[in-house]
Design a protein around this ligand. Structure first.
Ligand SMILES: [Zn+2]
Length: 321
């Protein structure tokens, strides 16, 4: 960070920190994030998803009050977020009733602070770009393989939202290996049908009849289960091929693979990617995410810091020398 201008100095690490909140389907994590991306303090709670959006935002507000601080608050949440209003344009059922929720307005009213809302995977991409695996890169593609499959795109150091807030969404790319496999959108043949925790579990069940989670498939592969290894290889290959196409399209400096299933798929994805990428991109290799469970909260805090209209103590402002 630059030194504070105009003779001002930091009041202290906690006062200089920005609050980021990750509203997930099962957990809500709030983090006080320092001006260098360090997490100074954090608080967690179960997300009361079944009780609806109002209860979810009440929990987020309670965590914000617990950690305190001043200035704008960043939120990373599931769904396509309208970048202008901070409302949810589109969402799946991971948070029931979430679509249409005016997250920024409701939360701002509850806590009396400006709230900036970003899609959770976009926030993770911003966090990894700022303070994680893609630090120093301006153009970054982050792919998050968890239960589902998500993507976030950073262009010139800022999240690329697209026209509707939906840019970076790579789950629905056509993938030959996903032939006849259902995607979260209800169709078949999309990348998420094969390269996701849900896809791994389904493919393993089709091969063995065993009903286990995607994480368990990865664990069984590591323990020498040949069927699990084959499922991971197929999924990783599908992901790597898609990444090669995406890198050709987007020309990022860094590709980050996040999520538990993402780490299990990384070796296979790297091989398939390397076989298909252009020589132009020989120096672009998918790397594992570095911020772990805090990535969304850190990126949400960064979104709040850099949002137009946000003036933090560190910002010298237009009138300073
Ligand atoms: Zn789909």
């Amino acid at each position: 960070m630059n030194a504070p201008a105009g003779g001002r100095s930091w009041a202290g690490p906690r006062e200089a920190a920005t609050l980021g909140i990750d509203i997930g389907g099962t957990k809500t994590l709030a983090a006080l994030v320092g001006p260098d991306g360090t997490v100074l303090d954090r608080a967690r709670a179960d997300t009361p998803a079944a009780q609806g959006p109002d209860a979810v935002l009440r929990t987020a507000a309670e965590l914000a009050r617990r950690l305190g601080g001043t200035g704008p608050v960043g939120v990373g949440a599931a769904g396509v977020i309208d970048p202008a209003t901070g409302a949810v344009r589109y969402a799946t059922d991971s948070l029931p009733g979430w679509a249409g929720t005016a997250v920024a307005d409701v939360l701002a009213e509850r806590i009396g602070r400006t709230v900036v809302v970003e899609n959770d995977v976009n926030a993770a991409a911003l966090g990894e770009t700022w303070a994680g695996a893609a630090r120093g890169s301006a153009h970054v593609l982050l792919v998050a393989v968890g239960t589902g499959l998500g993507g976030g795109l950073v262009r010139g150091g800022r999240v690329e939202h697209g026209a509707r807030g939906g840019a970076g969404e790579l789950a629905h790319l056509p993938a030959p290996d996903a032939d006849r496999l259902p995607c979260g959108c209800g169709r078949t043949g999309h990348l998420e049908g094969v390269a996701s925790g849900t896809g791994l579990a389904r493919a393993y069940r089709l091969r063995t009849g065993a009903d286990v989670t995607g994480a368990e498939v990865a664990a069984r592969s590591a323990a020498g289960d040949a069927a699990a290894a084959a499922v991971l290889a197929t999924a990783g290959r599908a992901l790597g091929r898609a990444l090669a196409g995406l890198v050709a399209l987007l020309d990022p400096q860094t590709v980050v693979l996040a999520g538990g299933a993402g780490q299990a798929l990384l070796p296979h994805a790297r091989d398939a990617y390397a076989a298909e990428r252009l020589t132009l991109h020989a120096d672009v290799t998918p790397v594992p995410a570095a911020l772990g469970a805090a990535a969304v909260a850190v990126g949400a805090a960064r979104a709040a810091m850099t949002h137009p209209g946000t003036h933090l103590p560190a910002d010298p402002g237009p009138t300073d020398p």
